[in-house]
Design a protein around this ligand. Structure first.
Ligand SMILES: NC(=O)C1=CN([C@@H]2O[C@H](COP(=O)(O)OP(=O)(O)OC[C@H]3O[C@@H](n4cnc5c(N)ncnc54)[C@H](OP(=O)(O)O)[C@@H]3O)[C@@H](O)[C@H]2O)C=CC1
Ligand SMILES: CC(C)CCC[C@@H](C)[C@H]1CC=C2C3=C(CC[C@@]21C)[C@@]1(C)CC[C@H](O)C[C@@H]1CC3
Length: 417
């Protein structure tokens, strides 16, 4: 299907950038998985050894990851407490999405609990991370290829604004179809929240279990990392409906970037701090632990406050919780908040998220840079994402957006950026 209308500007450095990222992202993930278990655990040093194919390839790991995807897909298809409508599409239709992500998290916890009580060796998972990550990467490449082929027969109205440049490498990376689905199973929405996010907290739990086995009990640092990240994932699934308005769902196609990000990058690199703690135990005193909890609480307060304020406002601007906030009118009929959290900086939710990212690394001490990888990567991701969002908002809201930028000059960090 030929791309329609004026071509969207190329992002991520065009085809060359896309090709480089397709190599760099898996390479970085494997580098992290290898160095985290090495003695020096140097983020920038070479890995202790290069694994042979026998260390990477395991049919058992592939089957396990496929079974995991199958289980999460089955939980997705269970009756939901609510069915939400997505944003209006090019053809004026709206897709329907089940809101049962939190239910999937709870049911997974129950199933894992039952499994462990009858001898499921959860503690064996940390030793399988390398072959599991390899299986997830293979699945990501094959799945992205199938999605690319599926898009060849999709109607033009189903294609994403980006990801249809005509260059196969670029389009494979960004994704051609906006909302690929088979019947009620929406692949992008499913992958964004379920297998990766729930897989991440399950890997964390396995690392905690293994630490308890090795050292008698989990360390305070491991409890904090598990608790903070469980709160983050639980929150994402509780407020699942909010993901329907993110640029990933409304703007980006579903290609290698998101498929790999959701299925491999999130579970295997976002669990880096817990992996680090298993191999490099840290002693954490109560005063430091309390300070870190306070930092996480402040981050969460800003993150949740900002996200909820915008979501409430977008759902119903006359809701008493947001009705008093100052706004700017736009030509589209929608308004922009210019006081409250969104009057402080233009992306207060990113600020809260970054503060939490800091709190997740601090339990790992300050002797290594490696556990701070997430904070560094996430800062780069959010700065880039903020710039992409601003471009899209300028296109959508024109002068009103310029006025908003004038009234709220800082993007993420007040008086700094
Ligand atoms: N852990 C991770 O890896 C990641 C986490 N995140 C988190 O996910 C959450 C969602 O982030 P993201 O999808 O990037 O986008 P946002 O939730 O920040 O949404 C941006 C959109 O909000 C609307 N908006 C912007 N300014 C205003 C305003 N002043 N008043 C009203 N509406 C406004 C615009 O859409 P419109 O006007 O059309 O409503 C804009 O496109 C964030 O908390 C982020 O930190 C994001 C990426 C990765
Ligand atoms: C591998 C690449 C560098 C980029 C991959 C990006 C993805 C990992 C992220 C893109 C947007 C995401 C969002 C979330 C998780 C990470 C990805 C998939 C959340 C679900 C995290 C929890 C928040 O509450 C909502 C987020 C929405 C966006």
């Amino acid at each position: 299907m030929a791309p329609q209308g004026s071509p969207a500007p190329l992002e991520f450095g065009g085809p060359l950038g896309a090709a480089a990222l397709m190599l760099l992202l898996p390479a970085t993930m494997f580098h992290l998985l290898l160095v985290v278990r090495s003695g020096p655990a140097r983020l920038l040093g070479p890995p202790p050894h290069l694994p042979g194919l026998d260390a990477l390839w395991s049919p058992r790991a592939l089957l396990l990851w496929l079974a995991w995807l199958g289980l999460q897909a089955a939980l997705y298809l269970l009756p939901a407490r609510k069915v939400a409508e997505g944003q209006e599409l090019k053809d004026k239709s709206r897709l329907q999405y089940p809101i049962n992500g939190f239910q999937a998290l709870v049911l997974t916890a129950v199933l894992v609990g039952l499994g462990v009580s009858v001898g499921l060796p959860l503690g064996a998972l940390p030793d399988m991370l390398l072959p599991l990550a390899f299986a997830a990467t293979l699945i990501a490449f094959i799945f992205s290829l199938l999605l690319y082929l599926k898009a060849q027969v999709a109607p033009a109205s189903a294609l994403a604004p980006g990801g249809n440049s005509g260059n196969p490498v670029y389009d494979f990376f960004l994704g051609r179809e906006l909302n690929p689905r088979v019947s009620f199973l929406d692949f992008k929405y499913f992958c964004e929240l379920r297998p990766g996010l729930i897989g991440w907290v399950l890997i964390n739990l396995a690392l905690l279990t293994q630490e308890a086995k090795l050292r008698g009990s989990p360390s305070l640092a491991m409890w904090l990392v598990n608790g903070f990240q469980l709160l983050y994932v639980g929150d994402a699934l509780w407020y699942e409906e909010a993901v329907l308005t993110t640029m990933d769902i409304t703007h980006d196609g579903f290609g290698f970037m998101l498929v790999f990000g959701d299925l491999a990058w999130v579970p295997f690199t976002y669990s880096l701090q817990a992996q680090f703690l298993l191999h490099h135990p840290q002693v954490l005193g109560l005063p430091m632990a309390s300070t870190i909890c306070l930092i996480n609480a402040i981050g969460y307060y800003i993150f949740r406050g900002a996200n909820s304020q915008k979501n409430t406002f977008r759902k119903n601007p006359s809701d008493p919780r947001v009705a008093d906030l100052e706004t700017i009118s736009t030509a589209t009929g929608r308004k922009l908040l210019v006081s409250g959290w969104w009057g402080m900086v233009r992306h207060p939710n990113y600020l809260g998220d970054l503060i939490m990212a800091l709190a997740w690394s601090l339990p790992c001490g300050v002797s290594h840079l490696l556990p701070y990888f997430y904070l560094l990567y996430f800062t780069a991701l959010l700065v880039h994402r903020e710039a992409r969002d601003e471009r899209q908002c300028l296109q959508k809201y024109g002068l009103a957006w310029q006025e908003y930028c004038r009234r709220v000059p800082y993007r993420i960090l007040p008086y700094v950026y």
